[in-house]
Design a protein around this ligand. Sequence first.
Ligand SMILES: CC(C)(COP(=O)(O)OP(=O)(O)OC[C@H]1O[C@@H](n2cnc3c(N)ncnc32)[C@H](O)[C@@H]1OP(=O)(O)O)[C@@H](O)C(=O)NCCC(=O)NCCS
Length: 194
Amino acid sequence: MFNFEVNIGDSIVYLLSLPKIQAMEGKKVSESFTIMNELVLPNDTNTFGNLMGGRLMYWMDIAAGIAAGRHCNTPSMTASVDNLSFKNPIKLGNVVHIEAKVCRAFNTSMEIHIKVWGEDLLHQYKYESNEAFFTFVALDPNGKPRKVPELIPETEDEKKLFDGALRRRQIRLILAGKMKPDDANELKALFIKE
Ligand SMILES: CC(C)(COP(=O)(O)OP(=O)(O)OC[C@H]1O[C@@H](n2cnc3c(N)ncnc32)[C@H](O)[C@@H]1OP(=O)(O)O)[C@@H](O)C(=O)NCCC(=O)NCCS
């Protein structure tokens, strides 16, 4: 935390407790770790009595946004969502358990990994529902992308997600028309051995 004094015309404004973004210190994955729980109510379900995919995506987006915010401490926006596939439906009356964490920070964007489980409280078991990768972009007060702190992976799992993020980033930028396949060096290295 930092204390700043800003002179605006005749008045001095004291900005207290500005977050770490000022110093751009690297942050650990655990600092962005977010858990969110929701109960599936009748209004959340489809005609089969299962949680609607759209409602789940809404909650996942919120969890990802909180994780991104914990990492960059500035407003951020969803840029893309990928690898969203539903393994098991979540039933009416079950709990939705969402875990989100930043798995790599690039320049102005962050990749966030989301895992979702359903939890049956009556029969006391948890089941995997789905997982996805969200990309959030940090924004400055003018709505322009701004630099984010580096991410420091610590555990083996965190390092694995961190390493894979470069390849996933290239795939999604190619699909979005924002990168030429010829420039995707990480992907090419998988297939072309020098
Ligand atoms: C996301 C957004 C801010 C990016 O702005 P932009 O002018 O394209 O900015 P840039 O091209 O400079 O890219 C900025 C960053 O976004 C990333 N990015 C842009 N489009 C992306 C996409 N489709 N998927 C993943 N990342 C993307 C870039 O890779 C770059 O990341 P980096 O700085 O870490 O390398 C802009 O496209 C936007 O506002 N989109 C609408 C977002 C929105 O409305 N979200 C709510 C969903 S309803």
